[in-house]
Design a protein around this ligand. Structure first.
Ligand SMILES: CC(=O)SCCNC(=O)CCNC(=O)[C@H](O)C(C)(C)COP(=O)(O)OP(=O)(O)OC[C@H]1O[C@@H](n2cnc3c(N)ncnc32)[C@H](O)[C@@H]1OP(=O)(O)O
Length: 148
């Protein structure tokens, strides 16, 4: 594996739009097309969409942003259906956390998860995220956070 995080640009946005999760996961996350539109138009939140590659192969997507002081959001993490269960999520989440620390100098990361996504809270706990047991009023999702 040779894992890379790249910005989204005119060379890769179409492939990102074409990358999706399986049908039974579609309630857990917006489509990549929706996320790219939010990044383009919700300008006040300064989303940075990121393409996740293994060598030249696009395998996933995420976006980071909504920074306030030393706190920032890690959002919309997905690994394409064909690439799931091979350890990409585990490796990229750690890389994304390092990326955020290095590029933005933050000391807390927030994320939110869908209640129906039963495996996801223990999954993020493995990286040290804490379940706040509170809900984001914006979307009703459960809030988790990580402190560096
Ligand atoms: C902040 C947010 O973005 S919350 C939204 C998170 N994204 C999603 O729910 C989209 C759909 N899911 C996915 O894209 C992927 O399942 C990811 C990103 C959660 C994990 O990526 P993968 O590369 O498959 O993960 P990896 O291979 O490292 O580990 C597999 C583990 O993912 C965990 N997992 C978490 N959520 C799920 C899910 N919805 N479906 C399947 N596995 C999941 C499981 O615990 C699994 O471990 P197991 O095989 O022992 O059961």
């Amino acid at each position: 594996m040779s894992l890379l995080i790249k910005d989204v640009d005119e060379t890769n946005w179409r492939k990102i739009v074409a990358l999706s999760v399986s049908k039974n996961q579609q309630d857990f996350i917006e489509s990549n097309a929706q996320s790219l539109l939010e990044a383009a138009y919700d300008v006040s939140l300064q989303w940075r969409p990121l393409a996740l590659y293994d060598d030249a192969q696009l395998v996933g997507f995420s976006m980071v942003g909504a920074k306030r002081g030393k706190e920032m959001w890690l959002d919309r993490i997905m690994i394409g259906t064909d690439f799931q269960g091979k350890g990409y999520g585990t490796k990229f989440i750690s890389l994304l956390m390092d990326f955020m620390k290095e590029h933005y100098g933050i000391n807390r990361i927030y994320l939110s998860v869908h209640d129906k996504n039963k495996k996801i809270i223990p999954y993020y706990q493995r990286f040290g995220f804490i379940d706040s047991q509170r809900y984001d009023p914006a979307n009703g999702e459960r809030l988790m956070y990580f402190d560096f």
